[in-house]
Design a binder for this molecule. Structure first.
Ligand code: XIL
Length: 339
């Protein structure tokens, strides 16, 4: 059967997925699916700080390289994820950043330098800044904010200028690398999504006005069906970003079903596919040309494993294009139709 990779290419859209190096090596059926479906791969964990720099100055690139080898063997592209994030950091990082501005700047520079030198030949697009916008009041985890930014060890150490520092550093190290700012909670019609969209737009506008290098915004799209989706505000947001000269990508699409599940699997899968269709139709209308899901199959997904993300009722999650037996679901058909 023809995968999304071939089907979407003809229409100028690029489909991809997050992958895990261990599964690519140990699970032949999964690896074959990834090879057939995805034009772009992003490491689900292997390019985060705790994977890449477990101890200060000691870099580990083996797992990332194994994904890069797979991608090369199948003529796929890789995205990098992520150069700065407040999660998945090694234990040594936060105390190091707390030692003051000079040390924090040196730590950032050492990491970016080693990582971008390593990945120059196989990653041309990095999420430089991940989840840096503060969540507004009314959201699951609102935070106090300075300049619309999430309070993180990087913000504490370097102030709001850390964004500019990171982006200029990345550009200086690799002049043609695509620099992306990636975030979530801006997709649906929650009471606070508009506030977060405005925060993100303000942050991006400030960067653009100061001519700070930034090429793209990634919208994670960890969708939750309990949230109503309306195309209009989302489309306006995507268009505002594009109006600033930025590309817009969907980077981590998956779907959490509502607490009250439909009685049959068929109805559940149809509802998920419908939600995805409405969301992606708006995205494509807004000019999105790259869509990645956060995994391909319900067999391996953070939606089943992550505390606070996994279903509380113990039911299996059905939030990705393929089921636990790697059979395509209506979600997959929806991707084929919309992309
Ligand atoms: C998640 C991974 O899927 C998990 O396996 C890991 O334990 C935690 O991180 N937003 C992001 C991703 O930017 O890096 C997260 O990935 C999911 C939410």
């Amino acid at each position: 059967a023809e995968g999304l990779r071939a089907a979407t290419r003809a229409r100028g859209i690029t489909f991809g997925t997050a992958v895990r190096h261990d599964l690519l090596q140990s699970d032949a059926a999964y690896a074959a699916l990834v090879a057939r479906e995805a034009e772009i791969l992003v490491p689900e964990w292997e390019a985060k700080w705790d994977a890449l720099q477990p101890e200060p100055g000691r870099f580990e690139f083996g797992q990332l390289r194994s994904i890069a080898l797979f991608a090369r063997a199948h003529q796929q592209r890789l995205r990098g994820h992520a150069l700065l994030w407040h999660v998945a950091n090694p234990a040594w990082l936060e105390p190091a950043l707390a030692q003051g501005e000079a040390r924090a700047a040196a730590v950032m520079e050492a990491h970016f330098t080693a990582v971008l030198r390593e990945t120059h030949s196989y990653i041309r697009d990095w999420d430089v800044l991940n989840e840096i916008i503060a969540n507004p009041p009314g959201s699951d985890n609102p935070s106090p904010t300075q300049d619309d930014l999430r309070p993180t060890p990087w913000l504490r150490a370097l102030g709001p200028g850390y964004l500019e520092r990171a982006l200029r550093l990345a550009r200086g190290l690799d002049a043609t690398l695509r620099l992306t700012l990636n975030d979530y909670g801006v997709e649906a019609d929650t009471p606070w999504a508009e506030a977060k969209r405005q925060r993100l737009l303000r942050v991006v506008r400030r960067l653009v006005e100061r001519q700070v290098p930034l090429d793209a915004v990634g919208i994670q799209a960890h969708l939750q069906m309990r949230d109503p989706f309306r195309a209009e505000p989302f489309l306006a947001f995507v268009q505002a970003l594009r109006g600033l000269g930025l590309a817009v990508l969907i980077t981590e699409l998956d779907v959490r079903e509502p607490d009250q599940l439909a009685p049959s699997i068929a109805e559940r899968d149809a509802a998920v596919a419908d939600y995805v269709t409405r969301f992606l139709s708006a995205a494509v209308e807004g000019g999105v040309r790259t869509v990645l899901t956060w995994g391909l199959t319900d067999r391996n997904t953070w939606l089943a494993e992550e505390p606070g993300v996994a279903r509380a009722d113990g039911q299996r999650t059905r939030g990705l294009p393929f089921d636990e037996a790697l059979r395509p679901k209506p979600f997959h058909a929806a991707l084929g139709r919309v992309l």
